[in-house]
Design a protein around this ligand. Structure first.
Ligand code: ASP
Length: 609
């Protein structure tokens, strides 16, 4: 037996007991004839005390950091207790020890504040994983996994595996492909998600499916993405949107309770996509704080149900506002006393290429009731007051206004809103606010191709009341400039996203389950009959054999873990992640393969760079 206890287990109550521990040497401290060693394993750290009897042996064969050591001895009460360690009241008086394996000097210290940089830690990820900080993240990941599985199991869901070697099908991103040796010149694709398989399982009658599953997307790895990531992927048959929302609200609340001991009892609010865009500037609003947008000018018809507050800025002959598509404002609490330097700095902030605005207009709502703005020339105090009231500004607030093209301006104000909240400490890590976003547009317009693309994916159904609009209209866009007037522009999807603290943590939809409508959908996306059959013949075929109404959702498991762990980076929650260039620096992958392998695959390389 290698050990009787773990290094995190022993307490004062074990005093006098004999124990054998096995673990890694964290530190060695020598005091004359006595040597202290901190022995570490997954469960904790225990202090070992080597007395004079071992001095010679230790001098001849010194213990180094990360040596694997087995030690037997008696549990003793420490005279110098360490209140920071659960095992800090005791130590082991070692009678016998055995070096199970030596270790080279690790390239960085195995501690929370390590001296290892990112690249080094990734190269030696197996050492990095020994660090407590990383271990805690993996433990949290496992806790989330367990909680999700337990919940789904009690709700009657079945975990069913689906294949990784599949057929290349479009789902928004680029596929990773795998050449087939046995079928020369042909390729498998790795699944971007198990989407079509889970739908087929519904056709097969497995009406509650889930899987904690890897998905592969060959995307540019901007902002904290991984080429392979994990989803909690779910599908249900005989359900409406309401059933899915309730079921998965339940799952996330269960995870909160199990993992964070948070009783998230209130109902998760629901917001339409239009409301989210209108009030927050994006479809994953952080609702931990208010600062909603004031729409002073809206573009032609994107937000069909919305009315702007144009009267407040019209007629002032202020060209900047008159000539742009969209004017948006937020009221930032308590910042009216910003100095010139501070407003200049904010102006520079919105002009950065990532934000891309030409300038920033501000109105200070002073505590004495007066107003001071960068557009005093154009707007009377009375007008400024009216804008302030519409923006729900309080005395002491600073109103920030951006003007420009719709998409860019809305994006910019939503970034500015988050930035100001960050500066004001309103994005608290230990506060969790969920919101459902509903009624997304079914289609997006792709300017380049002058065609419709599916906003979620091609299996998402339109709102039942709009199925007729879809079936009854020709998808072709005759006049690109007026695409917004096409009936398809206003079709809303039976799709939903769950948003947590400004992050989309899950998304899904009620699916199309009739062949005719699915064909219409594919046609709308520019796929002719032949292509439809080539790519999705199996699904269209399955829909002929009694496909039940169904719908589902997939949660971004890595992201959910990162948020619950209070981190910005999903990499911290993945045992073996890739870097920003999609490389595994430990394996040095991807890498070339040898001539023989290429020959077997009948592949000739013709590299352009
Ligand atoms: N498969 C979809 C995705 O990965 C989610 C879903 O619709 O269930 O985004």
């Amino acid at each position: 037996m290698y050990r009787t206890h773990t290094c995190g287990e022993l307490r004062l109550e074990h005093k006098g007991n004999q124990t054998t521990l096995a673990g890694w040497v964290q530190t060695v401290r020598k005091f004359g004839a006595i040597t202290f060693v901190d022995l570490r394993d997954r469960y904790g750290i225990t202090q070992l005390l080597f007395g004079e009897a071992h001095t010679k042996q230790l001098d001849e064969n010194p213990l180094g950091r990360e040596f694997v050591l087995q030690a037997t001895g008696i549990v003793n009460e420490r005279s110098n207790k360490n209140p920071n360690l659960p095992t800090g009241d005791i130590e082991i008086i070692v009678s016998e020890f055995n070096i199970l394996n030596k270790s080279a000097v690790p390239p960085f210290t195995i501690q929370d504040d390590t001296d290892g940089g990112d690249d080094l830690r990734m190269k030696y990820r197996y050492l990095d994983l020994r660090r407590n900080a990383v271990k805690k993240n993996l433990e949290l990941r496992y806790a989330v996994n367990r909680a999700a599985r337990n919940y789904l199991h009690t709700q009657g869901f079945m975990d069913i595996e689906t294949p990784f070697l599949i057929k290349s099908t479009p789902e928004g991103a680029r596929d990773f492909v795998v050449p087939s040796r046995m079928n020369g010149g042909q390729f498998y694709a790795l699944p971007q998600s198990p989407q079509t398989f889970k739908q087929l399982l519904m056709v097969s009658g497995y009406d509650r499916y889930y899987q904690v599953v890897k998905c592969f997307r060959d995307e540019d790895l901007r902002a904290d993405r991984q080429p392979e990531f994990t989803q909690i992927d779910c599908e249900m048959a005989f359900v409406e949107q309401e059933d899915i929302l309730n079921m998965f609200e339940g799952m996330v609340k269960h995870i909160f309770k199990e993992v964070k001991n948070i009783d998230y009892t209130e109902a998760v609010p629901r917001m339409t996509w239009e409301d989210a865009m209108w009030q927050y500037g994006n479809d994953k609003p952080d609702i931990r704080f208010d600062m909603k947008l004031l729409n002073l000018k809206k573009p032609a018809t994107v937000y069909t149900e919305k009315k702007d507050d144009a009267a407040l800025i019209n007629g002032a002959d202020f060209k900047v506002f008159d000539e742009v598509e969209t004017v948006l404002a937020i009221s930032v609490p308590g910042c009216s006393e910003y100095s010139r330097k501070q407003t200049d700095e904010l102006t520079e902030w919105v002009k950065r290429p990532q934000i891309g605005m030409k300038g920033l207009v501000f109105i200070k709502v002073n505590t004495d009731g007066s107003y001071k703005s960068s557009v005093d020339k154009f707007y009377s105090e009375e007008k400024l007051k009216a804008i302030a009231e519409a923006a729900h500004a309080q005395p002491g607030d600073l109103i920030l206004i951006l003007a420009g093209a719709e998409e860019r301006t809305r994006k910019a104000i939503s970034e500015l809103r988050l930035e100001m909240a960050e500066r004001l400490g309103l994005r608290k890590k230990d506060e969790y606010k969920l919101v459902w976003i509903l009624d997304f547009p079914l289609f997006e317009y792709d300017e380049e191709g002058n065609r419709w693309v599916a906003r979620h994916h091609p299996f998402t159904s339109p709102k039942p009341s709009q199925i007729e609009t879809m079936i009854g209209n020709n998808p072709v866009i005759e006049n690109a400039a007026e695409y917004l007037k096409h009936p398809y522009a206003n079709i809303k999807a039976n799709a939903y996203d769950m948003v947590l603290n400004g992050n989309e943590i899950g998304g899904g939809s009620i699916r199309i389950y009739q062949r005719e409508l699915q064909e219409k959908m594919f046609a709308a996306l520019g796929m002719n009959k032949e292509e439809q059959l080539h790519k999705f013949g199996f699904l269209l075929g399955a829909f002929e054999y009694g496909a039940p109404p169904h719908g589902g959702i997939a949660f971004g498991f890595d992201r959910l873990c990162a948020i619950l762990g209070g981190s910005e980076s999903i990499r911290d929650f993945i045992a073996f992640p890739k870097n920003n260039a999609g490389r595994d620096v430990m394996l040095d992958a991807p890498s070339t393969i040898d001539e023989k392998q290429l020959n077997e695959l009948q592949i000739k390389l013709d590299l352009k760079n």
